[in-house]
Design a protein around this ligand. Structure first.
Ligand SMILES: [Zn+2]
Length: 417
């Protein structure tokens, strides 16, 4: 079905290949017309328009721009080409402080943006930048980095669209209720939300299963259960609950790093209690969700919240986590299949620079998790995974009305294969 938008000129026509629109109809378009970065017509209506430029796909396939819904771009740019899970031996991993000056911070972001553009990634979520990391080891997550983002944004230098979550504690570490409550009282800087949106906050609830720091119901082999990383209030749990409540009462999106079933349970319990709170700027979600149970996944869907998951990390840490949890429990870990089947918001992400930002590797790792769970590796399954990196990622951003699929009125962000 061809669609058109008022006005009869276009800046660009894209044609000559299969364009998966992901517009919900299952349609493939063969042409798009673009004006001011926005799709104004598709198919026959597009080719009828007069355009200054034409991009010939020459038979190639295009999909909506890949949106990596959990990727630390500043850190990735500062470390590149060294990833944590890579051929770089430990002694060659860049140590300590990575960026200190404005110029180093600018270079790190620009390097990341070039790299993402090379991989066809047009949007990402920078999950956790803020004053809690001002004294942080790497220099990649402090308030200075937020300023550098704003500076490059104002200069029009961005080549990736960014959703940024503020952080009022340390990355992968503790946060206090006092710092959090103080931090969210300061409103985030305002920018063009299509390029630099700051809809919410990141909270670290727990650690990771391989370190036995995920907060779990059933103890690890050594008898410990992991614990919450939140501090203040009368105890860690009340601190965590109050952080979620405070952010929710301000309509902020809340992304909670939670890998253990116990920390996911506590986040869910607050979200269920808050079902009457104002609708958030974008849906709340669990980051990682390694040990989410089927029952938790179903409840997460009922509160319109979801999961941002990293299949490449699952692939890299599987045996390490199995040593802590045992083979039986690890067999039910990383329940991507159940998440996708449930209809709960589910994004497949990289967590670069932990794993590679190459979404094709992430897609392969996701396919491995799905086929292990009984899915067939066919076009429908790959389609579902590509949707998790486009349509669903836009949903996580609260941006479904203007990105994530290729339709009239949406931005013309494409990845050409
Ligand atoms: Zn991360």
């Amino acid at each position: 079905m061809s669609q058109t938008f008022p006005g009869d000129d276009a800046d660009l026509i894209i044609r000559g290949g299969r364009i998966h629109t992901f517009d919900g109809t299952g349609d493939i378009a063969h042409a798009l017309a673009v004006r001011d970065g926005v799709i104004v017509a598709t198919d026959a209506a597009a080719t009828r328009l007069h355009a200054r430029n034409v991009l010939e796909l020459d038979g190639r396939t295009a999909v909506p721009g890949i949106n990596d819904a959990h990727l630390h771009a500043a850190w990735l740019g500062a470390r590149w080409p060294h990833l944590f899970f890579s051929d770089t031996p430990p002694e060659e991993q860049p140590p300590g402080r990575l960026v200190s000056t404005t110029s180093e911070r600018r270079s790190a972001l620009r390097r990341a943006w070039r790299l993402l553009a090379e991989h066809g990634i047009t949007s990402y979520t920078e999950p956790g930048i803020g004053p809690g990391e001002d004294a942080g080891e790497t220099g990649c997550f402090g308030a200075d980095m937020l300023e550098t983002y704003g500076e490059l944004h104002r200069e029009g230098a961005q080549t990736s669209r960014v959703t940024l979550l503020r952080l009022f504690g340390t990355i992968d570490g503790e946060s206090t209720l006092e710092d959090f409550a103080h931090g969210i009282r300061t409103p985030p800087p305002t920018h063009d939300p299509r390029w630099l949106a700051i809809p919410g906050v990141k909270i670290f609830a727990d650690g990771i299963p391989p370190m036995a720091t995920a907060w779990v119901e059933e103890p690890y082999a050594d008898g410990t259960t992991g614990a919450l990383l939140t501090r203040g209030g009368s105890d860690p749990l009340s601190a965590f609950q109050q952080m979620v409540e405070l952010a929710a009462s301000r309509g902020m999106q809340i992304a909670v790093h939670a890998t253990g079933d116990r920390s996911i349970a506590e986040f869910l319990a607050v979200l269920e209690r808050l079902s009457d709170a104002p609708a958030p700027a974008a849906p709340h979600y669990v980051v990682h969700g390694d040990l989410a149970t089927p029952e938790q996944i179903a409840r997460m869907r009922r509160v319109d919240a979801g999961f941002a998951v990293q299949p490449l990390i699952a692939a890299h840490t599987h045996s390490w986590a199995a040593a802590q949890l045992g083979e039986a429990r690890i067999a039910t870990a990383w329940p991507l299949a159940a998440m996708l089947a449930s209809g709960a918001l589910t994004t497949v992400t990289s967590d670069a620079p932990i794993a590679s930002p190459d979404w094709r590797l992430g897609l392969d790792a996701a396919l491995a998790l799905l086929t292990d769970a009984g899915f067939i590796d066919d076009a429908a399954t790959r389609h579902l995974l590509l949707r998790s990196m486009t349509v669903e990622a836009a949903r996580q951003d609260g941006a479904s009305d203007w990105k994530g699929s290729l339709e009239v009125g949406h931005v013309a962000d494409l990845t050409i294969l």
